[in-house]
Design a protein around this ligand. Sequence first.
Ligand code: C2E
Ligand code: CA
Ligand code: CA
Length: 398
Amino acid sequence: MLYPSLSTTSQFRRLLPDDRLIFTEGAPGGPAFLIESGQVLIFRERDGIEVEVARLGQGDVFGEIALLDGGVRTASARALKDALLFEIDPAMMRRHIDAADPVIGMVMDILVSRLRSVVGPGGYLRPDTMPRQTTESLLGQMRTEREIARAIRLEQFVAALQPIVSLADGAIAGFEALARWQHPERGIVLPGGFIPIAESARLVGYIDWLCMKAACLTLRRVKDEYGAVADLWWVSVNLSGTHFAHPETVDRIAAILKETGLPPSALKVEITETVLVSDIDAAASVAKSLRDLGVRIALDDFGVGYASLAYLHRMPLDTLKIDRSFIDQVTASPQSEVIVRAMLSLGESFSLTTVAEGIERADQAERLTALGCHYAQGWLFARPMLEAQLLPWLESYR
Ligand code: C2E
Ligand code: CA
Ligand code: CA
């Protein structure tokens, strides 16, 4: 089957094993295909030899990149198992990308630029010069990026709140919001499964804002229910260093506070040391505006990055969070204890509140209390919880 023909309607096509489908991506009106079922091998012919580009299965799409960048490249597909393909009408797809969905449009632009970096002179991915693993991980990453973009649109990202308690008396002081992906098939996905990819695809900002909004809403509801006891409770929300210093950050946060009705004093923003190192002037200016708004700032994972005293001095910080890697060893290794002591006294000299992360055992909590740390967070007290679990937990903790 050859596809120079104009196809304007979407339709199904069956590809039997060893049927070949030569498709020219980017030919005017040339379609892309969604694999409904079966397995398809995509290859390119070079000097009469089949060079495998990818093996795709149910739910995968091929031929779509050229619809986006208009580049013409020829490849062939062969069914490995009886395959049912859904032919995607390019005009429909383009309309969808241009008009209906700015997020998808942006993702596609990123994907196209990423693919260009591995496209050879022949105009197709160079599987012969690219290790097979790279081809596969590239395709895998593209699929995940597409899935993340879709999940953002469907607002599948929510916030789990983990309590932060005062070491002096065990009372709840606040919460950290941790992003969770409520995946329709995979269930709850932890941040390690999407934050790094979302960061590299420049999608993490959307997740951060969804998570912040959800966290602010939850805390507002909790405050409404608990009244005076909860007056000083705050929620700490992670913001990726890749967009913290963006000019719109302050306006976004102000808008979320207004929309959710949470007072600015109940919000903390957690940033890591990478924010400070990448552009300290821009970061300091955003931090100062947040401070003026009444939002506080915590330095996360303190001790694992590069923050120097000079940076600390320039940021209007409120809180230092001591990384779990130091807490792990605090009761076992005298060296870790020395480091934790130094960090706590640094916090004290900058008048910062201190939070120890990842407390799993009572002996760790006792040692940190003795060392003068203010707050603690960890499985010893509670795991991160979605709103539906948090409310009963609060009842039992009362
Ligand atoms: P983090 O900010 O250092 O968050 C603390 C992580 O430690 C969380 O993992 C939390 O579940 C885990 N943790 C808490 N207590 C304990 C404990 O006692 N023991 C152990 N072993 N672990 C504990 P999680 O939820 O998987 O988050 C991982 C990282 O993902 C976070 O590290 C943060 O860097 C990032 N992240 C999470 N949510 C967001 C978000 O909304 N935006 C951005 N940009 N990053 C996020
Ligand atoms: Ca954090
Ligand atoms: Ca942390």
